[in-house]
Design a protein around this ligand. Structure first.
Ligand SMILES: Nc1nc2c(c(=O)[nH]1)N[C@H]1C(S)=C(S)[C@@H](COP(=O)(O)O)O[C@H]1N2
Ligand SMILES: [Mo]
Length: 199
């Protein structure tokens, strides 16, 4: 086995780990639009496309075989709850750089997921060291309602950026709002600045 790199999200090192306007809950509530999608790992694929030199599609065997990291992080939901001390194991967003070469005009990432869910991230936020495509949460396989087989975790932004049931990443040359961002949520979503909604 390769050694798994352990990353501590910087926000877990703060003296006060609860952002303004948030309260701490135990466990992880379930929140999403629409039904929990069914999955067949035999046909599952992860696509990387858009502003890249050459598009790629990875099978479950290929994607789940990539080197892994463990990210220790808190989550903050825009609706007002935070849940502390989670450990996510999966593929670091930075790992994708070994799979596709971004074109110089690439500026943003749009992460795509079931069902018609998308989140926009700047490349800086997307490639932050603690961003992970997670297979497990707290040492257990992510349950269906939390995103099985793979969900994104972006610890430094509100939890809506953590797309469950991800299907791929499209690289964009200009920012385009994702699912919630086009319905009034903030384009960025920093919980420490309370970037909840757009005016
Ligand atoms: N595919 C998908 N991912 C999603 C959503 C969704 O509707 N569809 N909702 C988001 C929102 S708004 C939140 S708060 C978190 C909740 O994650 P949890 O159910 O694991 O707590 O999932 C995010 N990821
Ligand atoms: Mo949410």
């Amino acid at each position: 086995m390769n050694e798994i790199k352990i990353i501590k999200s910087p926000d877990t090192q703060r003296e006060n780990r609860v952002p303004p306007g948030q309260r701490v809950v135990k466990g992880l509530p379930v929140l999403h639009e629409g039904p929990v999608p069914a999955f067949d790992l035999a046909t599952w694929s992860f696509r990387l496309w858009g502003a890249v030199e050459k598009e790629r599609r990875l099978s479950w065997a290929e994607f789940s075989g990539l080197p892994r990291v463990k990210v220790y992080a808190d989550v903050h939901c825009v609706t007002g709850w935070s849940s502390l001390d989670h450990c996510w194991e999966g593929v670091s967003s930075a790992e994708l750089k070994s799979l596709v070469k971004l074109r110089p005009e690439a500026k943003c990432a749009m992460v795509h997921a079931h069902t018609n869910y998308t989140v926009n991230l700047t490349l800086e936020d997307f490639f932050a060291e603690d961003v992970v495509f997670a297979f497990t949460c707290d040492e257990e396989v992510i349950p269906p309602q939390h995103g099985f087989p793979v969900r994104l975790v972006v610890p430094r932004l509100y939890l809506w950026k953590g797309a469950k049931w991800v299907t791929g990443v499209e690289f964009l040359t200009e920012e385009r709002p994702g699912f919630w961002e086009s319905r009034g949520y903030h384009l960025h979503g920093d919980p420490w600045k309370e970037e909840r909604y757009r005016r």
